[in-house]
Design a protein around this ligand. Structure first.
Ligand code: ZN
Length: 309
């Protein structure tokens, strides 16, 4: 069986493997190869039940220990991820990679740091995390309650890189690359060259609508996506959504970004005012979850961005 069909077969076989009822209830474990896994969280917003882990994570079991991609949205969220990992291996977590500045990418660092884990992120991501720590705390508190955030202590990466870093752990090579701003200023992707598996962090959203915040940049997001896609991954593990193909990643992320930018540019060229931005028809993407909540806001952000380009 070819690698591709083996991976696709394992996706089919393992999709839907449910974990025992616990704090990690809302997390789904998906085996991609013998040692590469995705942990898929909910597509909706952060909640007391999902511990803020409304995102997709990943881990690789190497001879030397486990490399975890993104640490969860806090101490409890990190522990829930660890519980899922423990269902596969007892090996220690040797490295955590934070793929960006969003809470679920890094706020669980403290939990792993206490176990002696090395934490790695782009320098730009750490800068962004520091700048938005307070905002992220108050957002988590409003969505999950103030008790949920009491145990969270901000811990930043101890090893940073500007544009790229190659990491060898045990028998596995990881290529980390920060192509530029995307959903957040310091977003990175993690490429496994031998396995041709790509962990994209928040550069790719599938199944749910992506969110353009005031910390995002839609123009460079398009470029970051293309830099990631140039690796031609066999499997894309998105930052939100289940492991999938590059085509699906393009359809749900790149096509939407390009559509928004082109449609809004045209709207502005025709004298469209931001107060009428709601008239833009985004129904082509209404199959994506959270469409109602995010479509209008995304259009407003892109409008504001284009005014300055
Ligand atoms: Zn995210």
């Amino acid at each position: 069986m070819s690698f591709l069909s083996r991976v696709l077969a394992s996706l089919l076989v393992f999709a839907g493997v449910a974990l025992p009822a616990s704090a990690s209830d809302s997390l789904e474990l998906i085996e991609l190869t013998d040692n590469v896994y995705a942990i898929v969280g909910e597509l909706g917003n952060r909640s007391t039940e999902n511990l803020g882990n409304n995102a997709t994570f990943g881990f690789v079991v190497t001879r030397q220990g486990v490399v975890l991609i993104d640490s969860g949205a806090g101490y409890q969220g990190a522990r829930a991820l660890h519980q899922v990992i423990r269902s596969v291996t007892d090996k220690p977590i040797s490295h955590v990679i934070n793929t960006g500045g969003q809470d679920h990418r890094w706020m669980g660092n403290d939990y792993f740091k206490q176990q002696g884990t090395t934490i790695i992120a782009s320098a730009r991501a750490v800068e962004d995390q520091k700048a938005r720590t307070r905002d992220q705390f108050s957002r988590l508190a409003s969505l999950m309650g103030s008790e949920a955030i009491e145990a969270i202590r901000p811990v930043y990466a101890d090893k940073t890189f500007d544009r790229e870093l190659t990491l060898s752990v045990g028998d596995t090579t990881f290529e980390l690359r920060h192509p530029g701003q995307a959903h957040t200023p310091g977003d990175s992707f993690v490429w496994l060259p031998a396995e041709k598996i790509m962990f994209t962090g928040d550069i790719v959203y599938t199944e749910r609508m992506l969110s353009i915040g005031n910390y995002s940049g839609s123009k460079s997001w398009v470029e970051s996506f293309r830099a990631m896609a140039a690796y031609e991954p066999t499997v894309v593990v998105p930052g939100h959504g289940a492991p999938t193909t590059l085509d699906k990643a393009r359809a749900d992320t790149l096509d939407y970004l390009v559509f928004l930018r082109e449609t809004i540019r045209e709207f502005m060229d025709n004298g469209g005012d931001i107060t009428r931005i709601g008239s833009i028809d985004q129904s082509r993407f209404d199959y994506l979850e959270n469409f109602e909540d995010l479509a209008g806001r995304n259009a407003q952000r892109v409008y504001s961005e284009l005014e300055w380009e």
